[in-house]
Design a protein around this ligand. Structure first.
Ligand SMILES: [Zn+2]
Length: 435
C-alpha cells in the first residue's frame, strides 16, 4: 500500500475518502464470505492440509480466532440467506450483528428480522434477539471466582478447537483470562443479566446488607443491587443535572456567576433529553449520552449569560470542537498542554497556586495574589514553556477582542483571535519572548 500523504488533504476529502474505503471494505467482506462459504461447501480446506474451515482461516489465512469464527458463522448464514450478503455489501448490517442473529434466522422470519436489524448497533440487535428468543431470569449468585473459573469458560484457543466447529462468539473469556469483563446482557424484553466482579470490601457490605434487609425487603442480591442503582442514579442526576423530586423555582438574578443555575440545568437537560445536541451541517444529531457538559452558545468568555435557549448539552468532544472553531486549534491545543502540565506539576507538588491564567487577565481568573502586569507574571514562573507564554499572550488578545462584561468595553468589530502566534505589534514583548 502506498503511503498516504495527508499534508495537503482537506477535511472534506479525508471524510469522503473514508466513506469510499468503507464501502469498498463492505463489498470485499461480502465477497470474502461468499468465497468462504464455497470453500466450506467444497471442503477445499482439506487440500490445504487443514481439517476444517476454521483451521484453514487461522493457519493458512492467518486470521485471528475471533475473526475467523465471525466470518465462518456469517458465511454459513449467508449461504442459507443470500439477502445477508447484499446487506453486508451495502453496509446495512455488520458481522457482529450477523453473528448475533444467525442462530435465530429462518426462512419465514429472516426478511423481517434483517429489516429490523438494518443499521442497528450490536446492543440493539441483542435486544432484538432477546425479544424473539427470551430467556428466563438468571438466578442470583455470589461466587468466588477462583473456585469456579473452569465452570464457565470456553477454551477457544485449545488445539482441539481448530479441528471443530468455531464457537459462537460470546463475551466469555479463554481459560486463565482474568479478570472477566463485566456483562450487561438482555435476556428477554425488559429483563437483563448483569454480571460484575467486586472486591472483598464490597462483597462484605453486600453480605451485611443482605442481613440487614432480610426481615423487610429481602436478601436477594439482585434486589439490593437494583435499589443501590436507583439510589445512585437519583443522586447523580441531582448533582449533574439538578433533577430532583422536589425542584425549587430558580431565583432571578442579574449576577453573572459561572455555575449554571439549577433550574436552567434542569430545563436544558430535559429539553435535550440527556443527549448531546450538536447537529452537523447535514442535520444529523450526535448520539452521545456520556461526558455531557453545558455549553453556552454565545461563549462564556464573550459575555454569555445563563438563558435556557442559549445553552445546550454537548458531549466533551463537541464542546472542544466548538472551542476550536471559536478560538482556533492551536490555541486550544496550547491551553490543553498548559492544563495537563499544571496537573502533572500539582501531582508532583511543584506547581505554584495558579500556574496558568484564565482567558481574561482582568477577570477573577487571573493568577491569585498577582498585582503586577501580565508580562512580568509571565516571567515570574520558572515552569513556563515558550508555548505557555505564547498561548497566554494569545488568550490575552482574545480577551482584548471579545471579553465584555468583566473587562472594559470592547469594540464589537475587533478582530477575532484564532492563532497562538501574536499578531504584529501585539503584547509579545521581547521580555516575554525570551522566557
Ligand atoms: Zn456530541
Amino acid at each position: 500500500m502506498a503511503r498516504v500523504c495527508f499534508d495537503d488533504m482537506s477535511d472534506d476529502r479525508v471524510l469522503e475518502r473514508v466513506g469510499v474505503l468503507v464501502r469498498r471494505s463492505n463489498e470485499s467482506t461480502a465477497e470474502l464470505l461468499a468465497y468462504l462459504a464455497e470453500i466450506d461447501d467444497r471442503k477445499l480446506y482439506r487440500r490445504e492440509a487443514t481439517s476444517s474451515l476454521f483451521a484453514y482461516c487461522v493457519e493458512r489465512l492467518h486470521m485471528s480466532e475471533s475473526a475467523a469464527a465471525k466470518r465462518i458463522w456469517a458465511a454459513r448464514a449467508a449461504r442459507r440467506f443470500p439477502l445477508l450478503l447484499e446487506m453486508i455489501a451495502r453496509g446495512e448490517i455488520h458481522l457482529a450483528g450477523v453473528n448475533l442473529l444467525a442462530a435465530h434466522l429462518t426462512e419465514a422470519n429472516h426478511a423481517e428480522l434483517l429489516a429490523l436489524a438494518r443499521h442497528k448497533t450490536s446492543r440493539d440487535i441483542e435486544k432484538l434477539v432477546a425479544a424473539i428468543a427470551p430467556r428466563p431470569d438468571v438466578p442470583s449468585r455470589v461466587v468466588a471466582l477462583q473456585q469456579r473459573a473452569h465452570e464457565q469458560l470456553i477454551d477457544m484457543l485449545a488445539p482441539a478447537a481448530l479441528s471443530q466447529e468455531p464457537p459462537l462468539l460470546t463475551e466469555q473469556a479463554p481459560r486463565g483470562a482474568a479478570p472477566r469483563p463485566s456483562v450487561v446482557k438482555p435476556l428477554a424484553p425488559r429483563r437483563y443479566e448483569i454480571r460484575v466482579t467486586v472486591d472483598e470490601e464490597t462483597h462484605a457490605k453486600l453480605v451485611q446488607l443482605q442481613d440487614l434487609l432480610a426481615a423487610t425487603a429481602g436478601s436477594d442480591p439482585a434486589m439490593i443491587i437494583s435499589r443501590a442503582i436507583h439510589s445512585l442514579h437519583q443522586k447523580t442526576l441531582t448533582r449533574k443535572a439538578a433533577i430532583t423530586d422536589g425542584p425549587r423555582a430558580g431565583k432571578a438574578t442579574d449576577i453573572r456567576s459561572r455555575p449554571v443555575p439549577a433550574a436552567v440545568k434542569r430545563a436544558v437537560w430535559t429539553r435535550d433529553a440527556a443527549r448531546c445536541a450538536f447537529v452537523d451541517d447535514k442535520g444529523r444529531r450526535c448520539s452521545a449520552t456520556r461526558f455531557l457538559e453545558f455549553h453556552h452558545l454565545d461563549n462564556w468568555a464573550r459575555g454569555a449569560d445563563h438563558r435556557v435557549e442559549r445553552i445546550e448539552l454537548r458531549c466533551r468532544a463537541h464542546n472542544q470542537y466548538q472551542a476550536e472553531l471559536d478560538y482556533g486549534v492551536e490555541l486550544m491545543r496550547a491551553r490543553r498542554h498548559g492544563s495537563r502540565r499544571l496537573r502533572e506539576n500539582r501531582r508532583a507538588g511543584t506547581a505554584p497556586p495558579r500556574a496558568f491564567p484564565g482567558e481574561c487577565e482582568s477577570s477573577r481568573d487571573r493568577p491569585s495574589g498577582w498585582s503586577g502586569p501580565p508580562q512580568q507574571w509571565a516571567l515570574a514562573e520558572p515552569q513556563k514553556t515558550e508555548a505557555d507564554v505564547r498561548a497566554y499572550a494569545c488568550l490575552r488578545l482574545a480577551c482584548d477582542s471579545h471579553c465584555i462584561a468583566p473587562c472594559e468595553q470592547r469594540a464589537p468589530s475587533s478582530p477575532r483571535c484564532s492563532s497562538s502566534s501574536p499578531p504584529p505589534g501585539a503584547t509579545m514583548t521581547p521580555a516575554i519572548a525570551r522566557s
